[in-house]
Design a protein around this ligand. Sequence first.
Ligand code: GAL
Length: 432
Amino acid sequence: MNSTFRLAAAVSIASLGASLFPLTTLAADSKGSVEVVHWWTSGGEKAAVDVLKAQVEKDGFTWKDGAVAGGGGATAMTVLKSRAVAGNPPGVAQIKGPDIQDWAATGLLDPDVLKDVAKEEKWDTLLDKKVADTVKYDGDYVAVPVNIHRINWLWINPEVFKKAGIDKAPTTLDEFYVAADKLKAAGFIPLAHGGQPWQDSTVFESVVLAVMGVDGYKKALVDLDNSALTGPQMIKALTELKKVATYMDPDGKGQDWNLEAAKVINGKAGMQIMGDWAKSEWTLAKKTAGKDYQCVPFPGTDKAFLYNIDSLVVFKQNDEGTAAGQQAIARKVLGQDFQKVFSINKGSIPVRNDMLADMDKYGFDACAQTSARDFLADAKSGGLQPSMAHNMATTLAVQGAFFDVVTNYINDPQADPADAAKKLAAAIKAAQ
Ligand code: GAL
């Protein structure tokens, strides 16, 4: 059963119960109330989402925070599905990539509520077509894109590097291993890493990109081509992944990404492979990019950009106040002020074309400027590719198959890379 069908079957009952959506209780002076389900719960991310909350409340709406802890959003998605099945979806929820199409196909998203806002605010001109297409269903906006994250980053504490006798950031996998060995010898954790499936696959996809290049990444992780999934290049990528894993934090099993980021910030670890929401923790700790920490593309991936676009979808609701609140959120989200302040706190870059082209003007730091430059260049060269680990490349069912095989492979001391590649292809086929 394909995933659209699976999701549709699970929530079809909800459409019968649409009239049961509860009317929200409002403070007397509120223009409307909107619940927003999201998974931005680390300290730095909370600071970012609080920016939106404050702006929406300033406009007279009530923000009902539906934060669901759990990096990568798997828990939030489970909560959302069960709420949809119960006929009680929130007004707004963080959903990304192809999953937006699956949700829209269930009929639960609202293709009308954003029409006027999108037209008035000229979203079609403001946004890159790739970005706009992700959040449209049948030509209508069913979500507002919030920001762009890059996945293939390496975060470095330069002070720790210095203490370990490393004088420059690694640019190849071999240099990465040399640096990691020096960090280990000097008594540091070489690679901060939380052993949760989405974090394992975040590392996996960066390694695949380094070993297989952009074309190989696309064939294997986006097109799900069987020969690319089982071929010699994938076997090599899995072999390298196993080597990278030997440097991971031995206390990292099940650990949240932000607690691992803290180990690099506090000088216990030297590096972390993570998307640029990691920067939100550095920002919260009042550290400066390029001085207190370094962000470099994951070794061997400087000509590529694995992207991840956070988006907020709108669910059909049955009261005007909520619809007005949904529109207010959408208007704020694509406004220049929010785009700037949110991304500075979150570690991402704006989705607006005009801002991406002029990052200096808006006060973005060195990491964000590099990111925007690479995003625009890689969009032209084809190096811009959707992240598998962050719901942009495949359905959640296929992503789940990747997560299972990759995490089992990393944790099994006997695992064989050729065998793992075969398992990967088989699990993906079953999930399609
Ligand atoms: C990503 C999401 C980011 C960030 C990260 C860690 O999937 O797009 O905004 O929240 O997970 O939870």
